[in-house]
Design a protein around this ligand. Structure first.
Ligand SMILES: Nc1ncnc2c1ncn2[C@@H]1O[C@H](COP(=O)(O)OP(=O)(O)OP(=O)(O)O)[C@@H](O)[C@H]1O
Length: 124
């Protein structure tokens, strides 16, 4: 019998606790997470300064939450691969590079959203 069958399910409050500690641990241990969180706080301050509309906030919050979420998934994929093998393997490389590519695509999309929303307000 594997760990999955023997381990009882965690109560909901404990699961939330694990999730929150995962977020804190990711911010503490990942340089990119720190960059994303600081950038997000700066963008949110700009958002209040420029009194963004509801739709504009929606896009900004989607960009921020999507980037941070993908960065966490990328970091967990990196850890899972490092745990699975310490060998150099083309599949390990692809898995890590695909995950990093996913973050990059969303980050570029987020920068474009930021430019579309903030640039006209800054130049006005
Ligand atoms: N086991 C492996 N086999 C083959 N290539 C690997 C392996 N581990 C890492 N790589 C290559 O090295 C790159 C860097 O891997 P690493 O685990 O150091 O991530 P990183 O880019 O430093 O991540 P971060 O800076 O977010 O911690 C990967 O994107 C991949 O191309």
């Amino acid at each position: 019998m594997g760990l999955k069958e023997t381990k009882p399910k965690s109560p909901l409050n404990k699961s939330f606790g694990y999730a929150f500690s995962g977020i804190i641990q990711a911010i503490k241990s990942e340089r990119n997470m720190k960059i994303h969180v600081v950038t997000a706080l700066i963008v949110i301050c700009f958002g209040f300064y420029f009194s963004l509309s509801g739709i504009e906030w929606l896009f900004i919050l989607l960009a921020i939450s999507g980037t941070i979420t993908l960065e966490m998934v990328n970091s967990s994929i990196e850890r899972a691969i490092d745990l699975a093998t310490d060998q150099i393997h083309p599949l390990a490389k692809e898995a890590k590079d695909f995950a990093a590519g996913a973050v990059l695509i969303y980050a570029i999309f987020s920068v474009i959203i930021g430019i579309i929303i903030f640039l006209p307000k800054i130049v006005a």
